[in-house]
Write a protein that binds this ligand. Sequence first.
Ligand code: KG4
Ligand code: ZN
Length: 365
Amino acid sequence: TGRLVLGIESSCDETGVGVVAGTRLLANAVSSSMDEHVRFGGVIPEIASRAHLDAMLPTIRAALDTAGVGLADLDAIAVTSGPGLSGALMVGVSAAKALALAAGTPLYAVNHLVAHVGVGLLDGDGAGAATTPDQLPENLLPDNLLPDNLGALLVSGGHTEILRVRSIVRDVELLGATLDDAAGEAYDKVARILGLAYPGGPAIDSAAADGDPRAFAFPRGLTAARYLGTATAPGSHRYDFSFSGLKTAVARVVEGFAARGEAVPVADVAASFQEAVADVITAKAVLACREHGITSLLLGGGVAANSRLRVLTAERCAEAGIELTVPPLRLCTDNGAMVAALGAQLVAAGVAPSGLGFGADSSQP
Ligand code: KG4
Ligand code: ZN
């Protein structure tokens, strides 16, 4: 069955606690404070921290109850130590240390982004119940079988990254990342420009459904030759992203309509913006895979919910002969199961526990 590991996640607005037995998912309890941030149009760190304090013990209790295990049964506890919001991280780290100390359980500090990849190691039958309306692939990797050269495309409100994973416990390399806004952040900012609700991703996604993605030719950041270079002489930003120019271009277009006293064609702007984001993200991810001999790509993060991104990633991966894995959405967004899943890998690999001396590290790479 594998070692019993409890994972705690609190890097942003989700209080997540998961329990796994090796690669089998037993529980995934999540409490989100998003409702409290909506009126501010963004996650307010202080509010998130306080919400974690309120939710932490009940969420731990819920996860243990669902899994049908007690604290004393756990072989290890894992917790996100960074990156993320400092105060938010501290709540999870403190709770994990307290549990580990009280129960005498080994404690592992894990990286949030690596944990997003680790969730792909869970068995399909434990985690793969359909959670999204569309028919796109939602398979998890087969039983604990991580290809030794896996790619990961992580897109959320906090990160936009391409990772190369040779070993989830000891060799994860950052191939590219955003230089400014994360993809989800760009969605949130553009939604505000268009007068749509926060969080902007779902609002733009549905507005775009009625729009023409070719109505506006918005810029594709960092795709000029000087950034890309060539396969043999890669430019310094070949796999990096930038969304601030795109956001500004959308703002200019919207201002133009306003200045002329015309109604903004929201659906067309949303569809064209969404196309630009999905185009550049998928093109660079596939490029990075091709050039690193990566034949298996995992898509994670809240923006993995985006309908256009899912279709385009699936299309381009199929063309390039890359096997695409998209975990169920509740495992793509922040959760504790991913932390537990990575913790179980660390235990299985014989990695030494972190002890109680580590702290929350908001800017952990
Ligand atoms: O992973 P996540 O739940 O939280 C973190 O940021 O870590 O991601 C949230 C982000 C938000 O920026 C939200 O606007 C975006 O994911 N998002 C989407 C969609 N659903 C959520 N972006 C584009 N299309 C969507 N359907
Ligand atoms: Zn995340």
